[in-house]
Design a protein around this ligand. Structure first.
Ligand code: IPE
Ligand code: IPE
Ligand code: MG
Length: 241
């Protein structure tokens, strides 16, 4: 795969953990644990491919509506994964960013997130955004509220700068596993021109070969950004800054 055919920024809705577990007569949390294994491999593979930014949806604003034991299982899993995985991620040059509303999270989870961000702040190989207690509508609202509080004009550019993902360019490729073809309140603002890729594979089964297949599909797309095909210089259509 050539450098230019690899997206700069991949975003993933990691869906299907529950069904993966249920099919094996396991509790849903077992699927989420398996999902962490798939995510570890995914981060590594993206780093090896030269992807610069990976953004994953780990817990949505709406996921609070799940059964309390699943919600607490997911909170616990995040805290445990952060403490276990950060040293290796750091060694691989990964910079971790938490993206979402921290206010509702426990002290333990908040502390783990801050520590992970601080420990990896000097890394630059791969930016890894973990969207947790995140919703696209929350992000637009918090950005607008911040601008209003500072008395700043609300424009596309100012909103863009106030968004939770202002530190990275918009995703080039947005993948959703698990067979559903919907956004579920993920990057509503930032996915305006992302290429969408839907896979029937459940997230725990989404391995390096599946990532390669998604990228190969992406590499065949022509990104026109409103222009006509004829306007685009041959071979440059898939490149983004
Ligand atoms: C995605 O898997 C992970 C989270 C939403 C936390 P699901 O738990 O939604 O899995 P399915 O869709 O029920 O199979
Ligand atoms: C989206 O998956 C959220 C995450 C993957 C974290 P859901 O499984 O919650 O989405 P819906 O509710 O089926 O749309
Ligand atoms: Mg789901």
């Amino acid at each position: 795969m050539t450098g230019s055919s690899v997206p700069n920024h991949i975003a993933i809705v990691m869906d299907g953990n529950g069904r993966w577990a249920t099919r094996r007569y396991l509790p849903r949390v077992a699927g989420h644990k398996k999902g962490v294994d798939a995510l570890r491999a995914c981060v590594r593979h993206c780093g090896e491919l030269g992807v610069r930014v990976l953004t994953v949806f780990a817990f949505s604003s709406e996921n609070w509506n799940r059964p309390p034991e699943e919600v607490s299982g997911l909170m616990e899993l995040l805290a445990v994964a952060l403490s276990r995985e950060v040293p290796q991620l750091h060694a691989e040059g990964v910079r971790i960013h938490f993206v979402g509303n921290r206010a509702a999270l426990s002290e333990k989870v908040r502390a783990g997130l801050l520590q992970a961000e601080a420990a990896t702040a000097g890394n630059a190989r791969l930016i890894f955004n973990i969207c947790f207690n995140y919703g696209g509508r929350w992000d637009v609202a918090q950005a607008a509220a911040g601008l209003a509080a500072r008395g700043e004009p609300i424009t596309e550019a100012s909103l863009d700068r106030a968004m939770a993902l202002a530190h990275v360019p918009d995703p080039d490729l947005l993948i959703r596993t698990g067979g559903e073809q919907r956004i579920s309140n993920f990057l509503l603002w930032q996915a305006a021109y992302s290429e969408l890729y839907f896979s029937d594979k459940l997230w725990p089964d989404f391995d390096a070969a599946a990532i390669d297949a998604a990228i190969a599909d992406y590499a065949r797309r022509e990104r026109r950004f409103g222009k006509t095909s004829e306007q685009l210089a041959p071979g440059k259509s898939k490149k983004v800054a």
